[in-house]
Ligand binder design. Structure first.
Ligand SMILES: *Cc1c(COP(=O)(O)O)cnc(C)c1O
Length: 717
């Protein structure tokens, strides 16, 4: 592992030197551990709340931009200093203790860690290297690996422009823009060679040597390495290899994937790491298996067919896509051109033999080159991300095992989970600490502990905490909306109206997810009169918070957003429905911690797992969802609401109509009455009982500690 050879790029953005008593903040800012530590975000925010918001919660920038006077003030505030001291103390003890909580697996060690590859990582919104669910899941995987002290090293790409930022025009049409990410603004460290020169990784792509520099982000005890081709030694085209996340054409995509897979393995070699196992999280990194084969062939003078079993022994693959069309595929000519003749020679393969590795049917020359067949073929284990998705994946890829029966297809599943300390609200965390203990995070998997502890939380206490969070959400909605209306140049009275929108007594439903066909935003809009009746009911109103991005090329989904905007000026609706622009981890956090109900209406069985509803459950919110993905496993009849009867879609229009009817009926007949049914003290007792049941049954199961432990026991070992 590297230590001495790394030199920091720290301080590049530093303007005002930190007063000595604040020195721990510097250390804390450079490890994303603060983002899930109790009071971590609070300590940075309180240094200067305005700058904190301006720099999108980037701790390094906050320290660089805070005025010398404000720093001096903080450095002489004993209460603040005590908070800093306590946080720093827990950080030091977190980083050095491994006691009692270690996953004992002698084969996975610091010398032979898990190498976790992914095209995106959603660690925190100040590190914009993710687009959605896959990235957030990868981020949560790293955080739990750290919490569990699992030796794991992660490899990804540092995108200069990340994923697009969303803005809606006045008429509701989505526009995309990109913010440039400057490494010197981020809490990441450039990796250097022993002689102090910046480390370079070299991969031949399109018959040209492409160089990448290397950065490291620290996520607790886990190190996330990021390759970046934006360096002067590269020709202009190659500097753009790591330009955008999922931004370019097919060629950019394959070139990125070569860098991630091949470059990633070469990076590990330079760092002196020999992984116990390579985890391909989704097919984007599948080319790493070819690089491992190339090494084996070179070192052991083997033929490809004998190298494959050696590679397979070391690789495990997680698929996240429930539809054939969602899998990464390329034209044969493009693949051959990108790899170049030399790489094929090194593998000892003809073009046809090389291409056959990515085809379901090796002999079918018309078939495109798929990363999922490649990854499945080259890995000793393949898994889906929920029970249902395992089933769907077996059916989808049965064709790779023509002589096996469906139930014999070796694709298993591990259901996704979320990182509880990242997603839990400060108030619920406080309740967990009070009723489970300061070590509640270590007891995340213990069903009995949760069951018993949650029973002891009084209805009043839980309801008051939830109500306060809802007030915070409403303040957030008003604040965000005021700003976006100002920025959009809306009329003064409309801007003013944002300051009084939403009612903290009203049933609040959150619907935030990608705007994509199968997520069926149109379901909720399918009967507009019925929807408006819910919203406008004076006694028992329902209010909605929406957020989500449409793919830039998906005109249909952009039209859905535009349709939603038709009500934005309607005086009857505008107080109770809002769309928040630019859905990201921060908006997600605000919503999942505070809404009463989290709505999800995917077309079955397209939601491989979904994780946002799991974040809500940990906070005592109730899911109202189609029985698909994780909710098919999590729903027990009393811990939330189910929509539809659980049949798979065959005739799309018919199923959509049935599900829409079920959605409205469930809101009208179950959700609204239970929420508004109060006892003499004003509490919705049945609702609170459901909240408690959600926490009891779902928190100990759908968290990423459980997920990572499952990976260790059932797949990595
Ligand atoms: C959790 C999360 C997701 C995943 O959401 P699903 O609705 O489960 O697909 C996507 N984006 C962000 C910003 C998230 O926080």
């Amino acid at each position: 592992m590297i230590e001495a050879s790394e030199i920091e790029n720290r301080g590049a953005a530093q303007q005002n030197p930190l007063p000595a008593p604040l020195a721990p903040l510097e250390r804390l800012a450079w490890n994303y551990w603060w983002s899930w530590a109790a009071d971590g975000a609070g300590i940075f925010r309180d240094l200067d709340p305005e700058i904190w918001q301006e720099c999108e919660n980037n701790a390094r920038q906050l320290l660089a931009k805070t005025s010398a006077y404000r720093l001096a003030e903080a450095a002489t505030d004993p209460v603040y200093l005590e908070r800093v001291r306590r946080l720093d103390e827990s950080f030091q003890s977190y980083m050095t203790s491994g006691s009692g909580w270690t996953i004992d697996d002698l084969k996975i060690t610091h010398e032979h860690p898990v190498a976790y590859f992914c095209a995106e990582f959603g660690i925190h919104n100040s590190l914009p290297l993710y687009s959605g669910g896959l990235g957030i899941l990868a981020g949560d995987h790293l955080k739990s690996a750290s919490d569990l002290r699992l030796p794991l090293i992660a490899v990804g790409l540092l995108y200069r422009y990340g994923y697009f930022r969303q803005r809606l025009r006045n008429d509701g049409w989505q526009e995309e823009h990109y913010g440039e990410t400057f490494p010197n603004d981020l809490p990441i460290t450039q990796i250097k060679n022993a002689d102090g020169t910046p480390m370079r990784i070299e991969v031949s792509i399109r018959e040209r040597n492409v160089l990448a520099q290397v950065w490291r982000a620290d996520v607790g005890t886990v190190q996330l390495y990021l390759l970046d081709t934006n360096i002067p030694e590269n020709v202009e085209t190659d500097r753009w290899v790591t330009g955008h996340l999922y931004g370019g054409d097919r060629e950019t995509r394959i070139v990125q994937e070569m860098l991630l897979g091949i470059g990633g393995v070469r990076l590990l070699r330079k760092l002196g790491v020999t992984p116990h196992v390579y985890h391909l999280n989704e097919g984007h990194s599948a080319f790493l298996t070819l690089e491992l084969a190339r090494e084996v062939i070179e070192q052991q003078q083997l033929k490809m067919k004998d190298a494959i079993p050696v590679v397979r022994q070391q690789c495990v693959f997680t698929t996240h896509t429930p539809v054939a069309a969602g899998n990464d595929e390329f034209d044969s000519a493009l693949v051959v051109r990108a790899f170049g003749k030399e790489y094929l020679q090194q593998l000892g393969l003809t073009e046809e033999e090389f291409l056959a590795l990515g085809r379901v049917d090796a002999n079918n020359k018309a078939e495109r080159y798929g990363l999922t067949p490649l990854a499945i073929r080259m890995s000793r284990s393949t898994n889906g991300v929920s029970l249902k998705h395992g089933e769907v994946s077996r059916a989808l890829w049965q064709k790779l095992w023509p002589d096996k029966k469906l139930e014999e297809i070796p694709i298993m599943h591990i259901t996704n989970g979320v990182h509880a300390p990242t997603w839990v609200s400060p108030l619920l965390r406080y309740l967990f600490e009070k009723y489970i203990g300061a070590d509640w995070e270590k007891k995340l998997r213990e069903q009995d502990v949760w069951k018993e502890a949650v029973l002891r939380i009084s209805d009043e206490e839980l309801w008051i905490a939830h109500s306060l969070l809802k007030e915070r959400l409403i303040a957030f909605v008003r604040h965000r909306t005021t700003h976006s209306r100002l920025a959009a140049g809306e009329k003064a009275d409309y801007i003013e109206a944002a300051k009084t929108m939403f009612d903290h007594e009203a049933l609040t439903i959150g619907f935030a997810r990608r705007v994509a066909g199968y997520k069926r935003w149109n379901l909720l809009l399918s009967d507009q009169q019925r929807l408006l009746r819910l919203i406008n009911n004076e006694e028992r109103p329902v209010q909605f918070v929406f957020a989500g991005k449409a793919h830039p090329q998906d005109e249909g989904s952009k039209l859905v957003l535009k349709q939603l905007a038709q009500w934005k000026y309607d005086p009857a609706v505008r107080h109770r429905a809002v769309f928040l622009e630019d859905y990201d981890q921060e908006i997600a956090r605000q919503l999942v911690q505070s809404v009463d109900v989290w709505l999800n209406v995917p077309r079955r069985p397209m939601e491989a797992s979904g994780t946002s509803g799991e974040k809500v459950a940990i906070n005592g919110g109730l899911n109202l969802s189609i029985l698909d993905g994780w909710w098919l496993e999590g729903y027990d009849g009393n811990n939330g609401f189910a929509i539809g009867n659980g049949t798979d879609a065959t005739e799309v229009a018919a199923i959509d109509a049935l599900d829409a009817e079920s959605l409205y009926r469930t809101i009208e007949q179950d959700v609204v009455p239970i929420f508004y049914n109060r006892d003499s003290s004003g509490l919705p007792r049945q609702w609170i009982a459901m909240m408690k049941r959600a926490i009891q049954t779902l928190a100990p199961e759908y968290n990423s500690n459980r997920m990572v432990e499952d990976y260790v026991r059932r797949i990595y070992s």
